[in-house]
Design a protein around this ligand. Structure first.
Ligand code: ASP
Length: 340
């Protein structure tokens, strides 16, 4: 079998930093000298090409335009490579992974996002293992010469997760990500152990690029005592096309008639309201309690067990690519890339 070809795309984040041994200052890594920095890379049996996507950024500066650039880069080089690794800051990695899972539908090859908590040039870095194993996963094929992973995934600290199921859970532990409502796709030990039953298989055989994103989306996290006076202005369909409500437990919010009227009027004017839970695990079940039954009557859409990152990027994607409200709602309710 010929060596797999992997394209590695560097966007920034801690992983791409090296520490000046004299000053201790962190500076962005020069990818032209990748093999000098990580000599182990020359021992991986992969034909690796590394490129940078513009100036390296802290992933707090990530945005839909860069998601588009990334998705286009993958789509335009899709036929030349067997897999893709995206080096990304961990802070917004779960948003980028979710967005790419909607932009790149019908993937038959892996797109693996990884990063690190410590820069690659520091002695205790987690970056080397994350990078090397991600490249292996991006290159791995089965006995029929097909990619094992055919979706957007995040590899971090010995585990591979579905990108649109993942959330950042720690600012300092090496185990920075978890997938609270879906099993790991693979675990890396002495060998990489793929959980084949958990891997996504798109019903679409050809890759389609759906790059448009509409950023007229808001997120409202409900808390005891939240004031409708403070948040009323958000519910304006001229500026905000969809609102993601992060509610309590299985989808509950205060039984506040003023809030219900605001939602009702917003939906009547064409706005879309979706309901996801603030809980780390579990799902929205509108109607389980009286405090959520009203949402069914008002036309609030249950986001079931979607993560916040997924609900936001999915609605951005749907508003960007479709105009018919019913179609947007219908697509929101159904799985696109294994996110529900
Ligand atoms: N602030 C950094 C970023 O997200 C943190 C990291 O890379 O882990 O770009």
């Amino acid at each position: 079998m010929a060596q797999s070809k992997v394209l590695m795309i560097y966007t920034g984040g801690t992983i791409g930093m090296i520490e000046d041994p004299e000053t201790g200052v962190l500076t962005a890594f020069d990818f032209k000298h990748l093999n000098n920095q990580i000599p182990e890379l020359s021992r991986i049996k992969v034909d690796l090409t590394a490129i940078s996507l513009g100036m390296p950024i802290d992933s707090s500066d990530m945005n839909p335009t860069i998601w588009q650039d990334l998705a286009e880069l993958v789509a335009n080089s899709y036929d030349q490579y067997d897999g893709f690794v995206i080096l990304h800051g961990s802070d917004t990695m779960a948003y980028t992974a979710s967005a790419l899972s909607f932009m790149l539908q019908g993937l038959q090859k892996p797109v693996i996002l990884t990063g690190s908590q410590l820069p690659i040039g520091t002695i205790r870095t987690d970056g080397k293992e994350n990078l090397i194993t991600s490249i292996e996963i991006a290159a791995n094929k089965d006995k029929n010469d097909e990619s094992i992973v055919k979706e957007v995934a995040i590899y971090f600290e010995y585990a591979l997760y579905r990108g649109n199921r993942t959330t950042k859970v720690s600012a300092n532990a090496f185990e920075a990500f978890l997938s609270p409502n879906y099993p790991e796709l693979a675990v890396a030990g002495v060998e990489i152990n793929y959980k084949t039953n958990a891997l996504f298989q798109s019903s679409q055989k050809e890759l389609t690029l759906n790059c448009e994103m509409d950023d007229r989306v808001a997120l409202l996290k409900i808390f005891p005592g939240f004031s409708t006076k403070v948040y009323k202005s958000l519910f304006d369909n001229n500026n905000v096309k969809a609102i993601v409500l992060e509610t309590f437990g299985s989808g509950n919010a205060p039984n506040n008639s003023e809030f219900h009227t605001i939602i009702e009027e917003y939906i009547e004017s064409g706005g879309i309201v979706v309901n996801i839970t603030q809980c780390y695990t579990g799902s929205v079940e509108q109607g389980k309690y009286a405090n959520s039954t009203v949402f069914n009557k008002l036309g609030v859409i249950s986001g079931k067990d979607m993560t916040t990152e997924t609900a936001i990027t999915k609605i951005m994607h749907l508003l960007g690519n479709f105009t018919d409200r019913d179609e947007i709602i219908n697509r929101f309710k159904n799985n696109i890339a294994g996110e529900i």
